[in-house]
Design a protein around this ligand. Structure first.
Ligand code: SAM
Length: 387
């Protein structure tokens, strides 16, 4: 595919996404039928689409309209590239710009320039304070690729050397003693020997830092109540000999966990939803709660355009419910860790305060991370239950 043809394909995908179809479904649907497209074409189309999602509002203002075509024109203008060099109509590329398109489009201002959903700006501003502008700016760019060195199989240096031998360069990242930032060939990681042998796992550095915060020494039984794919359960298992149980309301989300645990050389027992009883008590229960994902909008930018006030209300109600369910499994004197990848106070400290009201709990540690720290935005509070 020519560079222009990749842009034309991204335009078609963006129009379907704007009409409500999920981005992943649109991209995989296109890739399945596009026999002429090689792996570099697929990656380039995906990058165009995700760049436009991250810059949903600014690209539309630069391009002068809300269409996929205007957004791609806008992205090029924002990067200082004259769109007429690619919009020529040649080689399955987009048609030349009309007179109206040439005359339209301006530099975005205010929340549009930051690609912040206008309705959410007051809440994000209040939550982030003076970091609002730099965090929103950071969320307009792609996320770095991070790995977690698996301490069961070696240390961070040995993982680095093994990756380097396969042409993958990394740098230690200060957010966690296990974090490596991939600086060359990130797309090779999952085909590498180091990954297949379980020396490293793909995991955001902030996610690793949240696990570092958990006091695992001295714990015998840990419940990961919202385990999902098990990223945090695996990171905990690499640091402790405690028994770890992984639970999720949606059992299908834990489907790959046994294979991942085997690759990592750790043991995690999955617990089917609905099978935990009130007698199942743990020293530590982690609630990595379903949330807006606003801290991870670099990685999953579609969330930024789909979130609505109603969806946020539903999420905070769900967070309250999950906390109430999970606390039944904390032993007296045990710990409950509440985490989200959200930047919003309403999903973070406000939920902890709401939950703690009238309960004999004490917040013993709390951490807020934003993309300014290098990884995703994350929040974690550690609560002790006084018997
Ligand atoms: C943020 S994700 C977890 C990510 C995971 N801990 C990781 O590190 O990879 C939140 C998870 O909560 C689960 N969930 C939603 N409602 C739940 C509930 N009532 N009880 C338990 N899990 C729930 C979702 O299915 C989802 O997998």
């Amino acid at each position: 595919m020519t560079p222009a043809a990749r842009i034309e394909t991204a335009i078609v995908c963006l129009d379907r996404i704007a009409a409500g179809e999920p981005a992943e479904k649109v991209l995989t649907g296109w890739a399945r039928t596009a026999r002429h497209a090689g792996s570099k074409d697929r990656a380039a189309v995906r990058d165009h689409v995700f760049d436009a999602l991250r810059r949903w509002w600014s690209s539309a203002v630069w391009g002068g309209d809300q269409t996929g075509r205007a957004r791609m024109i806008g992205l090029l203008r924002a990067e200082g590239i004259d769109p007429t060099t690619l919009f020529t109509g040649a080689g399955y590329g987009p048609d030349p710009l009309t007179e109206t398109e040439r005359a339209s489009g301006t530099a975005p201002e205010g929340v549009d320039a930051l690609d912040c959903p206008a309705w959410l700006a007051p809440q994000l501003r209040a939550s982030l304070d003076q970091d609002f502008d730099p965090v929103m700016t950071a969320l307009q760019s792609r996320a770095p690729v991070f790995l977690r060195a698996n301490l069961v199989k070696g240390d961070r240096d040995s993982a680095r050397s093994a990756l380097l031998a396969e042409g993958i360069e990394t740098l230690p990242h200060p957010l966690s003693p296990t974090a490596l930032e991939v600086t060359t060939n990130p797309r090779r990681v999952q085909g590498s020997r180091a990954w297949a042998d379980g020396l490293v796992e793909l995991q955001d550095a902030a996610s690793q830092a949240i696990v570092d915060l958990l006091p695992l020494d001295g714990t015998r039984r840990i419940l990961d109540y919202c385990a999902g794919g098990g990223g945090k359960a695996l990171a905990m298992a690499a640091r402790t000999a405690a028994t770890i149980h992984a639970h999720d309301a949606d059992a299908a989300r834990m489907r790959d966990l046994p294979v991942r645990a085997e690759r990592a050389g750790v043991q995690i027992r999955t617990v089917a939803p609905g099978t935990l009883s009130d007698e199942d008590l743990y020293d530590l229960v982690l609630v990595d709660a379903p949330c807006s994902g606003s801290g991870a909008w670099r990685r999953s930018p579609e969330g930024k355009i789909r979130l609505t006030p109603q969806a946020l209300d539903r999420l905070t109600a769900l967070q309250d419910r999950v906390l109430c369910e999970a606390v039944r499994h904390v032993r007296p004197g045990g710990l409950l860790a509440y985490a989200t990848c959200s930047l919003l106070d309403v999903e973070n400290r406000a939920r902890v305060d709401h939950f703690s009201a009238g309960r004999a709990t004490e917040v013993v540690a709390e951490r807020h991370l934003t993309p300014m720290d290098g990884g995703d935005g994350f929040y974690c509070a550690l609560l002790r239950f006084n018997p």
